[in-house]
Design a protein around this ligand. Sequence first.
Ligand code: PLP
Length: 440
Amino acid sequence: MKPNSPVWYPYTQMSEWREFDEIVKGKGMWLYDSHGNKLLDGVASMWCNVWGHSKKELISAIISQSKKLQHSSLFNLTNEPSEILAKKLVEISPYMNKVFYSDNGSTAMEISFKIALQYWRNIGKTKTTIATLENGYHGDTFGAMSVGYVPQFFSNFKNQLFRVIRTPVPVKYRIPGNSSYEEYQNYCLEKIEKLFSSNDKIAAYVMESGAQMAGGAVIFPKGFQQKISQLCKRFDVLLILDEIATGFGRLGSLVEYQTQKSIPDIVSYGKMLTGGYITMAATLTTKKIYDAFLGSFKEMKQFFHGHTFTGNPLAASVAIKNLELYEKSRLIKHVKKTSGVFEKRAREFHDMDLVGDVRFKGMLMGIELVKDKEKKIQLSGKKSINKMIFDEARKNKIYLRSLGNIIMLVPPLAISSNELNFLIDSTIKTIKGITGKVSN
Ligand SMILES: Cc1ncc(COP(=O)(O)O)c(C=O)c1O
């Protein structure tokens, strides 16, 4: 707790929060505060932690790199870790050929939009509009807010955002009208097809890969992403995939777009790229895209973008070690196995009065809380539901950050079955604890 702290906290109504636990240590799945209390990290420190805290191999990678070179820029120079990492990223990412580094997910997505828009200019075509799935989230910078528009978050900036065309997303729990899930999926795909066939100015279609995370753990039905990918190819629209939160094993695959049988032109990674230890993100493109940026200097086809810490060697070296560990520890296999715990225990959530829907895949579970199970009316309150859930969860020794009425269980990927069971037990206690306390 820092009573007169000068820190302004993210996505937080500061008047409601007088105290913040000061985390002084992390070990394995646990975070320790300055009073020695421990909390199981149920959200992988905002969906990025892979191995738990204080993984010695990752710490060693940072220490040994920090003794050699802490930072030197990629403006006219290069460094070994960012070269090695790019090679590895291209190796694991089918169809991808080049890597553009940045510092976080939002900037990685800005880069993907800018590359797509400049690509069409460079090849002399007028394609200037971005289309996307409704309910997506791609970060908090202006481009990312324009594309991943969450009304509750971004309406203050609406007039400053650029125009984007949105097509509907099939949210199984909330299908409008009397359509079946299958019918609604087809409707969503037809909407995209109609858009592409009637508008030849669409430069790119943007979507999260496999599932929408901040949109509330909306898991895409089988074949949905693949069909969008096919439509993009058919109508010459670039497919930009966001794997910042869903790639690197979160949904049970190292590269989610491969599992989804989709072929992106541009894809972004972030969060778990460094095991969640140092901030870094990467935007990968195909050779076709990259080649369109080549030419004589005078043609001005080069990509006009770069950040101070682009390709930071400390971050790159920990990302290399992280990837090595994925292979050595067979982490993806582990995720698939522990994911069975979610499957086994989902029913327990379903049976609770306050729970309307439970969605899960890999190491992700979203639990949607409702006031009225029949009518599916969202749980809401005068005070932040998020705060209520956080406070109750803390009593049960877990750290949760919900998305309003949706509790997100997004633990570090290496969590054991026992620890995951603890997280689930404590989440059940938390939901019981807030039942009856929510007022309107
Ligand atoms: C799918 C997705 N894209 C982009 C971002 C933005 O990443 P960052 O917070 O690192 O800017 C997030 C963050 O949660 C995300 O979930």
